[in-house]
Ligand binder design. Structure first.
Ligand code: AMP
Length: 198
């Protein structure tokens, strides 16, 4: 099944995506991770993306769509995959729809990890204190990333709700509790898909 995770920074996307990847046995595609890797390798694409990442801005749609398209062409994605951090804009969502239609695939479920902003800020501060900090976890960059989420990514929730693909998960609680809610939503959707008239 092709699953998309949507949530603001600090919602626990990375942690939950790792667990769900194990559960589903499909590849985990984190565009943030791919862009950071390209940056570490010093490729032209990575250097271009770094300018945006370090300021908490989104990398250009065309650049992200290109790297995702290449990844989706790999045979291990044929049975599905888990997108963590993609799509992040309506334009990226349209590109993904076009790509999936052209390759006869579809989105199984979009999972929104929902966390009140006050808790997000506490989690991000704790992450930074524990030294798990990335350049874009700097306290001055966080409000920017939250604003980008609200303005550019949150409209996707409406987009996928209209398509009946959205499951909103309360992401406050222990990682085990949150994962259990996700697992139930996935199992329910898998049953619905299996029972669909052919
Ligand atoms: P993440 O690891 O998902 O929090 O992503 C870290 C950073 O990488 C983001 O703040 C963006 O600068 C960039 N990034 C990741 N995914 C995307 C995307 N789908 N579109 C644009 N920029 C992205």
């Amino acid at each position: 099944m092709l699953v998309i995770f949507i949530g603001p920074p600090g919602a626990g996307k990375g942690t939950q995506a790792n667990r769900l990847t194990d559960y589903l046995g499909t590849p985990h595609i984190s565009t943030g991770e791919m862009l950071r890797q390209a940056q570490a390798e010093g490729s032209e694409l990575g250097m271009l993306a770094a300018k945006y990442i370090d300021q908490g801005q989104l990398a250009p749609d065309a650049l992200v769509v290109k790297i995702v398209g290449k990844r989706l062409d790999q045979p291990d994605c044929l049975r599905g995959c888990l997108f963590d951090g993609f799509p992040r804009t309506i334009s990226q969502a349209h590109s993904l729809d076009d790509y999936l239609a052209a390759t006869n695939r579809e989105i199984g479920l979009v999972i929104e990890l929902s966390v009140p902003e006050k808790i997000l800020l506490e989690r991000l501060a704790a992450r930074s204190e524990r030294g798990e900090r990335r350049v874009d976890d700097a306290p001055e960059t966080i409000p920017n990333r939250l604003r980008v989420y609200r303005n550019q990514t949150a409209p996707l929730l409406e987009y996928y709700r209209d398509k009946n693909l959205l499951a909103t998960i309360d992401a406050v609680g222990s990682p085990d509790e949150v994962f259990e809610r996700i697992r139930q939503a996935i199992d329910k959707r898998e049953k619905e898909m299996a029972n669909r008239p052919k």
